[in-house]
Design a protein around this ligand. Structure first.
Ligand SMILES: NC(=O)NCCC[C@H](N)C(=O)O
Length: 405
């Protein structure tokens, strides 16, 4: 940590590319072992990953970050530490057993069983879930459910820490996830930010009971300027609510609402657009031309919504720069589509002009390098089966402000 950042500063993010100091990852664990050919679609995975190899790939990702002096925090460890607080345990258990499928008998049983677990085991149950045949609950509901039915659903998408919380300057937004398979993830991030001593006193700007907003849709283009994708996950009402909240807390002066196609390939804005320099973005070529943004501003009381403009134009205006450059990968539409599906545009910037990308998006990476961007390649053959890349798998907690770059 540099002096310019302040000795005690442990969180705060005001851009996509300020030197990354601290990041929260989730090392994939037993929750991935719950995936079967029968449930993988519902759990938003495109296949059944080889878990050991996914862990190796993830460890290499974490090491690549440490090699560049980035502090890596793990969601599972933070959760376990937060659960040493009795109130956190009580909140966690109540949240996990709220599902109406359980009924009173099973819910009472689970409340007692989970409350008796030590923090590590409770964290494991919250992340990997609990199957009907793993407990001896008794009663009507448990008898009528299939052995393999989950009483508490597993959360394999915890891997994608980008989506379940996002730091906006010194405030954290616990997001509100749209897909049922992911909704409970934010109970866990809420617990971490409420009960973990590292985050004591941190302001919150959003919570998981508000309109849907997912972190993969939120890009901090620069200090005071957010771009928020609106599509399969973040709703129009979600971006409006987020805008009101960030304006009220003085965290931004402009929010760009960016409509994106409502389909799995483009589930978040960061699947089609990521920043790689203070004034440069990598964009999915097949969509780059058509991307528009509605600039939302405020006078302190009401919201003003500008007519839509080309994304790069609206973004440059909001940032107060002449041009936001687009790295034109110049790929033919088929190669571009294949590499977009494999998260080629989902880079994680470690600093201006330095990013991490999957090695398999060969063409996109080559074009990035030709444009003067250093690309640190990681393997993602197994990690990629969840349909997310390096940006999706990382929640920056602290970035150095751009002013000191
Ligand atoms: N920001 C991202 O694009 N995150 C990837 C999330 C993938 C996950 N399987 C999902 O469908 O939500």
């Amino acid at each position: 940590m540099t002096e310019a950042q302040g000795v005690d500063k442990r969180y705060g993010v005001d851009s996509e590319v300020g030197p990354l100091r601290t990041v929260m990852l989730h090392r994939p664990g037993n929750e991935l072992r719950r995936l079967t050919p029968r449930n993988n679609d519902k759990l938003l995975f495109d296949g059944i990953p080889w878990v050991g190899r996914a862990q190796e790939e993830h460890d290499a990702f974490a090491q690549a970050l440490r090699d560049r002096d980035v502090e890596v925090l793990y969601l599972g460890e933070l959760l376990t530490e937060a659960l040493t607080d009795p109130e956190a345990r009580s909140v966690a258990v109540t949240g996990a057993i709220a599902d109406l499928r359980l009924g009173d008998t099973l819910r009472d049983y689970l409340r007692t069983a989970l409350s008796d677990l030590d923090p590590a085991r409770l964290a494991e149950a919250l992340m990997a879930g609990v199957r009907n045949d793993e407990v001896r609950a008794g009663g009507l509901v448990t008898s009528l459910l299939a052995h393999e039915d989950f009483l508490i659903d597993p959360l394999p998408n915890l891997l994608f820490t980008r989506d379940s919380s996002v730091w906006i300057r010194d405030s954290v937004a616990v997001t509100s996830l749209a897909m049922p398979a992911r909704a409970r993830e934010t109970q866990l991030t809420e617990l971490i930010y409420t009960f973990h001593p590292r985050f004591a006193g941190a302001d919150k700007v959003y919570d998981h009971q508000l309109e849907h907003v997912e972190g993969g849709d939120v890009l901090a283009l620069g200090p005071g300027v957010l771009a928020v994708g609106v599509g399969e996950r973040t709703t129009p009402a979600g971006v409006e609510r987020l805008a009101r909240r960030v304006f009220a807390q003085g965290l931004a002066h402009t929010v760009l609402a960016v409509p994106i196609a409502q389909q799995r390939a483009t589930m978040h804005l960061d699947t089609v657009c990521t920043m790689v320099d203070v004034d440069a973005v990598l964009m999915y070529p097949n969509m780059a031309e058509e991307m528009r943004a509605h600039a939302v501003t405020t006078d302190g009381e009401q919201l003003y919504v500008a007519e839509p403009e080309p994304f790069l134009v609206a973004a440059a205006k909001a940032l107060g720069i002449d041009t936001l450059r687009r790295i034109d990968t110049g790929l033919d539409p088929v190669t571009a589509e294949r590499e977009q599906w494999d998260d080629g545009n989902n880079t994680l910037a470690l600093a201006p002009r330095v990013c991490i990308a999957y090695e398999r998006t060969v063409e996109t990476n080559a074009r990035l390098e030709e444009s003067g961007i250093e690309v640190i390649r990681i393997s993602g053959s197994e990690l990629g089966s969840g349909r997310g890349g390096p940006r999706c798998m990382s929640c920056p907690v602290l970035r150095a402000p751009l002013a000191v770059v």
